[in-house]
Design a protein around this ligand. Structure first.
Ligand code: GLU
Length: 283
């Protein structure tokens, strides 16, 4: 196997900040609360600051009412944080500046593909892209082709030229993890900044030293590492992707598993302290 283009080693975060970064799209379920507790405990055990960031960059799915509800759920479960929570919706200038930098380095292009087109192109016989990867359809469009697509009223997403970069990182929980990147989206075609861009800019700007998050995001980290590299930002020193909490049937926690929010557990007679203890035991 060839040498990685980018390597990130697991380093001791020292007294550098930890964080939890919920998306206000609903109540936190027990799995989210457990991740928050683990992130919080890891930071506090090191005597480090713990930050809270509201990831409301997805304007279609984020709702104001969930912000206060989530903060309340976190407080009740015993998570505290330093300073006021920051909100991604207040930080568009930072993301715009990062995008500008990538753009001026010639790393950004417009992509007019629909999801269906990407699926189709990626599954074509002899397709060379790994499964689910963007096949590069719009990468080399000419100015005239782009103008034609714009004139047809197709909104463009913005992608970065990352395809083929091989990223290796040492996850503190999952161990060495390697991924070959595709050209991923940094701004969606509805105008929202993409999660990977916002999270990388934020973790660097907030000087986060340790990221503890769910294992469902393991796959996103190589993309963020690529962005840190291209933007010349310091990445967090440690990434810990903790296992997702599963229902009794071994599947990802969902409504059908019964009482999966703090509120539902409290209604069923448990105290918040009991839920906290149960979650910390369930590691
Ligand atoms: N906002 C993401 C979520 O709620 C978490 C992102 C992260 O921790 O990097 O799933």
């Amino acid at each position: 196997m060839s040498e990685a283009d980018l390597i990130h080693r697991d380093e001791d975060p020292g007294a550098g900040a930890g964080r939890y970064a919920p998306s206000p799209t609903g109540r936190l379920h027990l799995g989210n609360l457990r991740t928050a507790l683990l992130a919080h405990r890891a930071a506090r055990e090191r005597g480090a600051p713990f930050l809270l960031r509201i990831e409301d960059v997805d304007s279609g799915r984020s709702r104001e009412k969930w912000v206060e509800i989530q903060l309340d759920e976190l407080r009740r479960i015993g998570v505290d944080w330093d300073g006021d929570p920051v909100r991604q919706s207040d930080r568009h200038e930072l993301y715009e500046a990062a995008l500008g930098r990538l753009r001026s380095d010639g790393l950004v292009y417009e992509c007019f593909c629909t999801r269906a087109e990407i699926r189709e192109a990626a599954s074509a016989p002899h397709g060379e892209s790994p499964e689910g990867a963007y096949p590069g359809t719009c990468r080399e469009l000419t100015d005239a082709e782009r103008a034609e697509r714009r004139a047809a009223g197709r909104p463009a997403a913005l992608r970065v030229r990352a395809a083929g970069a091989r990223v290796l990182f040492e996850d503190h929980v999952c161990g060495p993890t390697e991924k070959v990147l595709d050209d991923f989206v940094v701004r969606r075609n509805d105008g929202d900044f993409a999660y990977n861009l916002a999270v990388a800019v934020d973790d660097a700007e907030q000087e986060v030293a340790e990221v503890v998050r769910g294992a469902d995001l393991l796959d996103t980290t190589p993309r963020q590492l690529w962005l840190y590299d291209r933007l010349e930002l310091d990445p967090p020193r440690r990434f810990s992707h903790v296992p997702l909490m599963l229902g009794e049937d071994g599947r990802r926690l969902a409504k059908r598993h019964g009482a999966i929010t703090l509120e539902e557990r409290v209604e069923a007679g448990q105290s918040a302290a009991e839920v906290r203890a149960e979650l910390l035991r369930s590691e």
